[in-house]
Design a protein around this ligand. Structure first.
Ligand code: SF4
Length: 320
């Protein structure tokens, strides 16, 4: 858990870490995003996930190498000067950004200097039950929290969480945070074959997400080489899993694997049946439906049998 006790930490000379700012990266949803890394020197995380793209590292409850706020702010100012048309500043880390002990102070200063640029933080949610962390996260325009597991057994096995981190406290913390938060709350679930794709895990996630009702849920799988020998699931499997969630949940299949799919032929009835089970994005439709089926899809749209809904920046198509 992050605390304000920094006496034993090393305050870093940021000249060693020119990589506080990274990007810009173009994203379809956010536009041009500039990243801010709150731990550029080494991995500092309270998880050590099996699928992490960073090397395995000992978990920690608080950062032991800490950058000064002023140094990060100088880097942000320089980044904004260099790339004048940034749409979003994304706070992240080699590890977990909420372990940065001055996160609240940092976001307050960023909000003063950012102009019209939006702010986003990517967190593993392990500290979300801490009121001080919630105070800081409330100041972001958008918060994206990971939730790979809704049971303690899965959290321990897949995310290899630091001692004392409890999934029930995470779940309660998210509910408390959602009740207070006015921005967009996105939940990210990363599916790892044979670990969190079992019916009991998906069922537990579904039950919880129906209570939380976040603005969007991104369901994805491993896209980059993982730290340990764990396997992704196929796009077809993600699609099948997505159908185990309640259709009212704003679930988006966020996987690059869909690019490798061979599209299939769907009748009009099959298209409507597919969309009744799970709303799909244009990307999903292009991955799933062959050319003739896409024409049928367009016809059904013109007939108003399929409607378009905007779910926090992502367009979904569903059966009317
Ligand atoms: S939370 Fe992120 S940085 Fe930390 S171990 Fe998991 S994947 Fe890696």
């Amino acid at each position: 858990m992050p605390t304000n006790n920094i006496s034993q930490r090393t305050t870093l000379n940021a000249k060693r870490f020119p990589n506080i700012i990274f990007g810009p990266i173009n994203s379809r949803r956010f536009g041009k995003s500039l990243g801010i890394d709150l731990s550029p020197g080494k991995k500092q995380c309270n998880f050590d996930c099996l699928y992490c793209e960073l090397d395995p590292a000992k978990t920690m409850a608080q950062q032991d190498e800490v950058l000064p706020v002023a140094q990060i702010i100088n880097a942000v100012k320089e980044g904004l000067r260099e790339h004048g048309d940034i749409d979003v500043l994304t706070v992240t880390a080699n590890g977990e950004p909420t372990l940065y002990p001055y996160l609240n102070e940092l976001i307050e200063v960023i909000n003063k200097i950012k102009g019209h640029t939006k702010t986003l933080i990517l967190s593993n949610a392990a500290t979300i039950d801490d009121p001080k962390i919630q105070e800081a996260l409330l100041k972001f325009d958008e918060v994206k929290l990971s939730l790979d597991c809704a049971t303690q057994k899965c959290l321990k096995k897949l995310d290899r969480s630091h001692e004392g981190i409890d999934v029930e406290r995470i779940k309660k913390g998210m509910l408390d945070f959602k009740a207070r938060y006015r921005g967009s709350l996105i939940i990210e679930i990363l599916v790892v074959a044979t670990l969190n794709d079992k019916p009991e895990e998906i069922g537990a996630l579904n039950d919880y997400l129906l209570k939380l009702h976040p603005d969007r849920i991104d369901l994805g799988t491993i896209d980059r080489p993982p730290a340990f020998d764990v396997k992704p699931v196929s796009y077809e499997r993600l699609l099948a899993l997505s159908r185990q969630f309640d259709p009212s949940l704003p679930l988006y299949i966020a996987s690059r694997k869909k690019a490798h799919m061979t599209p299939s032929a769907y009748t009009e009835e099959e298209i409507l049946d597919t969309l009744a089970k799970r709303p799909l994005t244009k990307e999903d439709i292009e991955a799933l439906f062959d050319e003739a089926s896409q024409k049928r899809f367009e016809f059904l749209q013109n007939e108003k049998k399929i409607v378009q809904v905007d779910s926090n920046g992502v367009i979904f198509y569903k059966k009317d």
